[in-house]
Write a protein that binds this ligand. Sequence first.
Ligand SMILES: Cc1ncc(C[n+]2csc(CCOP(=O)(O)OP(=O)(O)O)c2C)c(N)n1
Length: 330
Amino acid sequence: MIDLYRTMARIRAFELAAEVASQGGVGVLGAKVDERAKVRGPLHLSIGQEAVAAGVCAHLRREDLLTSTHRGHGHTLAKGGNVRRMMAELFGRADGSNGGKGGSMHIADFSVGMLGANGVVTAGLPIACGAAHALKLQGKPNVVACFFGDGAINRGPFLEALNWAAVYRLPVLFVCEDNRYSATTSTAGLTAGPGVAARANALGVPSETVDGNDVEAVSAMAERLVAKVRGGEGPQLLHALTWRVRGHVSVDTQAYRDPQDLQGALDADPLKRARARALASGVSAAQLDAIDAEVQAEIDDAVAFADASPPPDVAAAYTDIQTTGAGAWL
Ligand SMILES: Cc1ncc(C[n+]2csc(CCOP(=O)(O)OP(=O)(O)O)c2C)c(N)n1
């Protein structure tokens, strides 16, 4: 429980710091770019959804692989991504995990099996299947965790990926982070039928739904499902019901959202819940406060590191470009 709490606290502190560093820095949807902003471009925060990343990734090994969405900081941190290098990546600096060329939405860290965040909704699913197929052909004992949003299930690659995974019994854990919104639209109004779990079942991928703001429940379910995937039982799907607290992207004021709905999201805060649970089980408030302080110091250090890192050399723009064959990521 303490480890899960620490992971969630780290994600929260990282994203709050990134949000501050991005203020005024978004040049999308007609908003002005402020030259002083350290984080430029769209920033998709997962504040409110930390329990899903923490609970699932707690059961992954370093050599297991991970695909993400456009909202990938939490997944990357929970998989063990280096905090300093991640912050430098958001700042677009040379010491970033991708040399400053990926930024928030394309963050990757192959050293911990994190294959990349991705701006194309649903694109992570076929990538996960490709990676899982490679693992299977290589006879490796590893699995792929594939995070995607509830909006992704209405695009074709969802069907393609689940079918592919089921037919070849690929070692993939599909994780639907259902925050009930697809950008500015309630997903309920976009989705025919009973939704993701039923669709997965129809394709032969067993699925289970969990309260995605209860980190212990997510962790217990992930433990079981990862064991099945690792044990060769084929793909499984974990459907986590959660809430996004911030807007879809940093400039989004959530004008489309009912204030009661937002209040519900705040009330369901996974960190508050985990804290209350830990206190009830005998962990002291001082112990939890110490974790918060430790994590905050770690993030402050990462911000200072990112700030001190130089911008990438202009010549670097022409490196890491794939020209022939496949890049080596394993
Ligand atoms: C193929 C494609 N269509 C549309 C978009 C624009 N877009 C970006 S995020 C998003 C909503 C995604 O919702 P969901 O998959 O539920 O993820 P969430 O943002 O809720 O985490 C949309 C429509 C896109 N990036 N890619």
